[in-house]
Design a protein around this ligand. Structure first.
Ligand SMILES: [Mn+2]
Length: 373
């Protein structure tokens, strides 16, 4: 892609959106974003007023955050509305024929930590940044598509459920020293994750007749440095869910579920699934995770779940916690994650779970998509 810098800066400052610039320069929105952030680093352009206020990255006092977020969602949704057509009219290229069993597929998507930089605790090498993340996103996409084609001769696959178990952004304010370990501020993290997830959903609509995206919120999305109880609707990831909802609201093949609390129960083909992030589970040994999950399942007010899905631990694990309940702990995007190593004394798994659902079974064909492929 060859972009004339002078013209780009002029159009950018005139308020052209990334999508418009992409069209003009024949480049993807993501390349435009990258190009703009390069120019920002070189001091040639500033953040634009409409999105970030007064041309500089704002620093927040806690009380101001909610207002800031509301302002942000208002301006973002007016931008989104203009460009939703490509998300509305996605052509279905899959097949839907024959007398085969109808199945759904479910992807667990969590702990992507957009904005985070990680160095291996062993070698000191960088194992996670934006470039690596984008490669992993492609691996995730290829992984789902690969299994779709593998199952297609045997099943009619109807719906792709995406269980977003949270911590897909990493934030910029939740612990001391975090600023030095991130590539961009939380506003940009939300925008980037929003683009990643919308383009993923859009691709999935080419092969799946229907996509259901269930958003839950992690501890990294909280607005304050202290891990106090905060309403789910204050979490930055709630905002992310609302943006996705806005983007796909005219697409009848997409449903975005944005719960107002930290637990969500969904019934699929007669099976019960409980989704939450998992940060309220104290302790890191198998036993404590197992016990805490049982207690949480009881607290959440239903007797029996077929599958409980969480993230947070950055290590994948499948555990039968009662004869009829399976716990799935999802992996993350960060290979050799320093947090897992130092805090949990575990090596992280850069994997995400994918499984099938049918009338008879709540979970089968469990696959771990390895993101470093
Ligand atoms: Mn977490």
């Amino acid at each position: 892609m060859k972009i004339n810098e002078k013209i780009f800066i002029e159009l950018y400052n005139a308020g052209k959106t990334d999508a418009e610039l992409g069209e003009l320069f024949g480049a993807s929105e993501r390349s435009i974003e990258r190009y703009a952030s390069k120019l920002r680093r070189e001091g040639k352009i500033k953040y634009r007023k409409d999105l970030f206020g007064n041309g500089k990255i704002p620093s927040y006092k806690n009380g101001e955050i909610f207002e800031e977020v509301q302002q942000y969602i208002d301006s973002a949704s007016s931008v989104i509305k203009k460009y939703n057509d490509i998300y509305k009219n996605v052509k279905f290229k899959g097949t839907w024929k024959g007398n085969k069993q109808v199945e759904d597929m479910a992807l667990v998507w969590s702990d992507m930590h957009t904005g985070s930089i990680n160095k291996s605790p062993i070698t000191g090498k960088i194992t996670y940044n934006e470039e690596i993340q984008e490669k992993e996103l492609e691996a995730l996409l290829r992984g789902v598509i690969r299994f779709y084609y593998l199952y297609r001769p045997s099943y009619k696959v109807e719906t792709l459920y995406i269980f977003d178990a949270g911590d897909n952004i990493t934030n910029d304010r939740i612990y001391e020293g975090q600023k030095s370990e991130i590539t961009c501020n939380v506003g940009e993290q939300i925008i980037k994750t929003f683009e990643y997830q919308s383009s993923f959903i859009k691709k999935m609509l080419e092969i799946f007749p229907r996509v259901v995206f269930i958003k839950e919120y992690g501890n990294h999305g909280r607005t304050s440095p202290t891990p106090i109880a905060e309403r789910a609707t204050n979490n930055f990831e709630y905002l992310l869910g609302k943006l996705l909802e806005e983007r796909f609201k005219d697409n009848k093949r997409v449903e975005i579920i944005v719960p107002e609390n930290y637990y969500h129960v969904i019934n699929i083909r007669g099976h019960k699934y409980l989704l939450f992030h998992g940060n309220n589970i104290r302790g890191t040994t198998l036993n404590t995770i197992e016990n805490a999950t049982k207690q949480i399942a009881l607290l959440a007010g239903r007797e029996v779940y077929d599958v409980i899905i969480i993230g947070h631990f950055h290590t994948s694990l499948k555990l039968r916690i009662t004869p009829s309940t399976t716990l799935l702990v999802n992996g993350c995007f960060i290979h050799d994650d320093e947090y897992s190593y130092n805090k949990l004394r575990k090596f992280s798994s850069a994997t995400q779970y994918l499984f099938n659902i049918s009338k008879r079974s709540a979970l089968h064909n469990l696959q771990e998509i390895y993101l470093k492929w």
